[in-house]
Design a protein around this ligand. Sequence first.
Ligand code: HEC
Length: 184
Amino acid sequence: MKIFSIRIGWMAALTAAAGLSLAGCKKPPQVSPEPRFSAEQRESRFYYDLGAVEIDVGAYPKKRQDGYAVFARTCSQCHTLARPINAPFAERKDWERYIQRMRIRTKSRSGTGISKAEAAVVLDFLVYDSKIRKLDKKSEFAAKSEELRRLFEEVQKERERLRLAESEGKTQPPPPYTGDKPRP
Ligand code: HEC
């Protein structure tokens, strides 16, 4: 009886050891380092989604500041304000077209809406703001756009890399942040 139980003990130990070494083998190599970009950045659809999400309207006339408030409320219902703020569009005819397109979009997304009055205020605001930030400071705006385009390329590469890693079943959740050192 005693011998029997000792035997079982040995077998259990052996099985456990085998299990451990197997688990050791299965541990994936560190092929996917932590994502470099936030989930929000990785979801960006246009390079302009990656830029600033607000405008400093402190120096704008009161009427334009009021317009900004309407714009901020109306145009952040489905995407962030970064999209219109950093988009290359600056002319009235472009904004007319895009605002009209956004109004159509609200029909297929419940809980959203852009009234005629809001559309008119937003149009005036965007035309004014585009002149100040995009047309009058053309080279500055072009440089910022170029920076965002390069960043977008990196984000796309990262997205592809994560997609591949995931399809190979290699993604691992990032390790918990345990220290007070900033992440590299
Ligand atoms: C009902 C949801 C919704 C609202 C509200 C909305 N958008 Fe959009 N917007 C979208 C979607 C979806 C896209 C991407 C598809 C497309 O371009 O139509 C988009 C794309 C854009 C683009 C990029 C278009 C391109 O092709 O480069 C701009 C600029 C834009 N929106 C500006 C605005 C502005 C300005 C407002 C406020 C008047 C606004 N959006 C409100 C849904 C919305």
